[in-house]
Design a protein around this ligand. Sequence first.
Ligand SMILES: [Fe+2]
Ligand SMILES: [Fe+2]
Length: 428
Amino acid sequence: MKIMIVDDETISRKILIQKMVLIGTCTAVDDSLTAMELFDKALKSKDPFDLITLDISMPKMDGRQLLSIIRKKEKDMKIPKNKKVRIIMVTSRMNVSTIKECIKLGCDGYISKPVNRYQLLGNLGRMGFAQPDEIHHDDEKTHAKIIATIIRRFYQGDIQLPVLPGVVTQVQRLLEDKDSTIEDLAGLIGKDIHISTKLIFIANSPLYRGTDKVEDLHSALIRLGMKAASGLISTLVARDLFKSKNKKLNELLQKLWLHSFACGCLGKKLAMELGIRNPDTVFLMGIVHDIGKMLLIKSIADIHPEETFESMEMMLAIHEIHTTFGAVLLKKMNFLKEFIHVAEFHHWNDFSKEDEKELLVIHLADYLAARIGFVFFNIEQTEDDPDPDIYANLKNLESLKQLGLSTGKAMEIADQAKAVIRESSTAF
Ligand SMILES: [Fe+2]
Ligand SMILES: [Fe+2]
């Protein structure tokens, strides 16, 4: 495989070469103009590059410009899609809108600096490239090997993906139909005793509690409303994905569920505070934002039942790739684009005005959930060692700034939600 590394920083160029020589022959250059010359030359001599890693910020011509020039040249030359060079953008700023722009311009993947081996493996897997041999030749069952296997199987379609039961799409269709009524929804859900009982229970939980107790499905649906009810039905179905017959695994997934549920509740509260159109959609976004972690944990446990998920390295590896896995999974489950963006970008911290409000809210909710004790695994903060300077950190959160919330208000919402989250989580 023929690879070109384009990066103006000596250190990151070196790191990339180090990783890339394992999979191909590398040429490294420090500016876009030279890169373009080499690209043209290789194409002319019928020995084109297979892969280019492209630093986004470079003097003279930046990575974005070079990307669009390359794609234009390929288009003019009528090079078929599968013959086009694969391009991975490399960025030190986790800027969502820049990445979205690059995706539009035609990049195949992106990684953030400092370049991480798992992100790189994930990208190679997605593009259908072979993984470095050294990983598989190693006899030891290292974390890298386990993760590399999962990535390979995932992109080859060898991992069984969970499916959401048909009831979710039926409810969705009902919602789209303007003439549908609560009676229609009751008719559809009434057949499912598990979901019906749960909905009645939830209507009486602190999340939705009214003055008197709701006793039947119809009254529960009236209290919840069509939109909220449909979001809750999806949540109930999603809840089952966070379960396992294996006790240890179930405990781990339960912790992930609690974190997701907290994120959903906080997201909803923040959305209501900010006047965002559909707080119940934001709730569901919180529920599924870390769905990639669920899939990874279950897949790893399937292949390696002895894995305990106790090592820092394993959890970090899961953390590095869960966003792309989550995005792919939600896409396969036919979720809307906004949901897929939340799964993919919720760990970035360089947002702009153009980013969806819902994404910003989930970013903030994810942070707040960990702050009030619903942490799953976080590289920066753990329950035993909460950051002593919460407000200072919160103040620097780009999502908080873009949403125009004060740190005081955000913490007030989080503190109020804490008890409700604990109480209501059992309803699911
Ligand atoms: Fe996450
Ligand atoms: Fe999270």
